[in-house]
Design a protein around this ligand. Structure first.
Ligand code: ATP
Length: 321
């Protein structure tokens, strides 16, 4: 069996035992526990459906993957990466949570948080551009989620507005961890890289193939075939730019020309681009990943003045502008 079952997500249900004492029971769910509804979207190897848990009536998004298609296209590895990373990232409101996985003869099923607001890209296209306040609102949530995944040893490697989903409250849920990289965080204390080192997790495997999306790919991936935590911050800089400008900073007629612009750091700002945001983006779109602004400094940048970082950031303390 190709599909790893270790670390499978299972649900915990609170029940009361015979003496009235609350107990946690581990429950395994399967296809028959859900009512399947409308199609939310289609990927190359998957269909995502809205579904309701028959028992709790809670709504989820269920990603259904066709086993034969995945095997034929040699994507088993990526499906396992997606599952393994999501199982590491179950504790942050800014990341799509994986609740259960199960399978039948034909398909694999991932039961996920429902992001009913769709993709941030779709919302941006509707708006054209975001103002500074709106960019700060979404930017802060994206950054907080990146900080969480990095702290759990995960580099996303394909951050872009299509992979930032929105829930019913218009709060962000980052998705698409199929090309993520899991770092070895079992390193003994005091050895190895310094905490917060932006090169932490730099890939030693030089033969890594291109992952990501042309417009958001970092220069180090193009020149050294190396992605590190700071590569996600390059993509974050591209996203902040795009929210304010309505288009990504590096865009050309084809991928090759886009790559040329990236390695030459060839980008410019449209008129009216806010000065403070420009300063932040300039400190993120830096060719040397070691010189890119680290997360803690980004949080303290003037652009994010007024944000109270920490638990609750994307939970209840503020509403979407
Ligand atoms: P590809 O595999 O081709 O790169 P993809 O990564 O977008 O495509 P999926 O992750 O299967 O593929 O997503 C398919 C569509 O379903 C996307 O358009 C996405 O917006 C939507 N979708 C994915 N996850 C959710 C979710 N948790 N809630 C709501 N919609 C979702």
């Amino acid at each position: 069996e190709e599909w790893k079952d270790k670390g499978a997500a299972v649900g915990i249900r609170q029940e009361v035992d015979a003496s009235g004492k609350p107990v946690n029971r581990v429950v395994k769910k399967g296809v028959k526990d859900f009512n399947f509804g409308r199609t939310l979207g289609e990927g190359s190897y998957s269909t995502v459906l809205a579904a309701t848990d028959r028992q709790t009536l809670r709504e989820y998004a269920i990603k259904v993957l066709d086993k034969r298609h995945i095997i034929k296209e040699k994507k088993v590895k990526y499906v396992n990466i997606e599952k393994d990373t999501l199982n590491r990232l179950t504790d942050h409101p800014g990341i799509v949570r994986l609740y259960y996985t199960f399978q039948d003869e034909r398909s694999l099923y991932f039961v996920l948080d429902l992001a009913s607001g769709g993709e941030l890209l779709g919302f941006l296209k509707k708006m054209g551009t975001f103002d500074e306040e709106c960019t700060r609102f979404y930017g802060a949530q994206i950054l907080d989620a990146i900080g969480y995944m990095h702290s759990r040893g995960v580099i996303h490697r394909d951050l872009k507005p299509e992979n930032v989903l929105l829930d019913s409250q218009m709060h962000v849920k980052i998705t698409d961890f199929g090309t993520a990289k899991i770092l070895d965080i079992k390193r003994p204390n005091g050895s190895g890289a310094v905490a917060g080192d932006p090169m932490d997790g730099a890939d030693t495997d030089r033969a890594v193939s291109f992952v990501g999306t042309a417009e958001y790919v970092s220069p180090e991936l193009l020149t050294d075939k190396n992605a590190c935590k700071a590569s996600d911050l390059w993509a974050f800089g591209c996203i902040i730019y795009q929210l304010l400008a309505g288009r990504p900073p590096f865009k050309a007629g084809n991928e090759y020309l886009t790559f040329q612009k990236i390695v030459a750091l060839e980008y410019s700002y449209p008129d009216g681009f806010p000065e403070v945001a420009r300063d932040l983006v300039d400190r993120l779109l830096v060719l040397d990943p070691a010189k890119r602004l680290p997360i803690e400094h980004i949080k303290n940048h003037q652009f994010f003045d007024g944000i109270s970082w920490g638990p609750g950031l994307s939970l209840n303390s503020w509403a979407a502008p």
